[in-house]
Design a protein around this ligand. Structure first.
Ligand SMILES: [Zn+2]
Length: 250
């Protein structure tokens, strides 16, 4: 029987990680955040397969993503064999979610949600905005490939948000930042509304996630229909670079 192993990245986490390890090994085999069944039985080892993914509801998938970030932020992570994951997923993929996030090097979705190869589709663009190509990618992810969650993830101290606030103009970046500017306009904020004020920057980033979600529903009838049938859930989150925690909107 293979058990989930947790690695401790700072001495302070050692005690709590040991408790987690003991708790997990008292069950059954587990690797990865999609390991626990809704009943709490630990039944899964290796990358998420079609059968397991198809049995999960959008809410269960969101809960697994939350659990993964919780583990990450505590310094715990699943011990992975990437070569095994690569081999196990080579013939097909059954990701549970599609995540739209910023290109920021400090916010890698798989790492901060303790995910492995094949677990999620991953779309990244500065400022995590949607455009036709991103929407097409999401439609493929959900309608064709069967992912059940669309998660738009913004983050604190986002350079793209600061650029939009400051009206930065540079080559193709100008057009990209124009897509973020509606969030700058729509943000109501008491205090200094400048890129130097981190609270304001983060408020705009949160608004930008909200508007991107609204945009996805408005611009993609494919995704809007899947959501109205309950086949998928479209949600958002903000990742805090300082704490390593994600604040999920739902
Ligand atoms: Zn960013």
């Amino acid at each position: 029987m293979k058990a989930k192993t947790v690695e401790v990245e700072s001495g302070e986490c050692r005690d709590s990680s040991r408790r987690t390890f003991l708790k997990l090994t008292s069950g059954a085999a587990i690797t990865g955040i999609f390991a626990a069944s809704p009943s709490g039985n630990l039944v899964y080892a290796g990358p998420l397969g079609k059968e397991k993914r198809d049995k999960m509801t959008p809410d269960e998938i969101l809960a697994a993503l939350k659990r993964g970030n919780k583990d990450f932020s505590k310094g715990l992570r699943t011990s992975r064999n990437y070569i095994n994951e690569q081999k196990a997923t080579a013939k097909g993929q059954f990701p549970a979610a599609v995540v739209l996030s910023c290109i920021d090097s400090r916010a890698p979705a798989e790492v901060i949600m303790d995910l492995g190869i094949g677990d999620i589709f991953n779309a990244r663009v500065a400022g995590n905005i949607a455009n036709d190509d991103i929407l097409g990618s999401m439609e493929f992810a959900c309608k064709i490939s069967g992912a059940k969650v669309v998660l738009v993830m913004g983050h604190t101290a986002c350079g793209a948000i600061k650029g939009a606030i400051d009206n930065v103009e540079l080559g193709n970046l100008t057009g990209l930042l124009a897509k973020i500017k509606p969030a700058v306009k729509a943000t109501t904020f008491k205090g200094e509304a400048s890129a130097k004020n981190s609270a304001y920057v983060d408020a705009v980033a949160q608004k930008n996630v909200e508007l991107t979600i609204a945009d996805i529903r408005k611009q993609s009838t494919v995704l809007a229909e899947l959501e109205s049938k309950g086949a998928i859930k479209i949600s958002g989150a903000m990742y805090n670079l300082e704490t390593g925690t994600m604040n999920f909107f739902a």
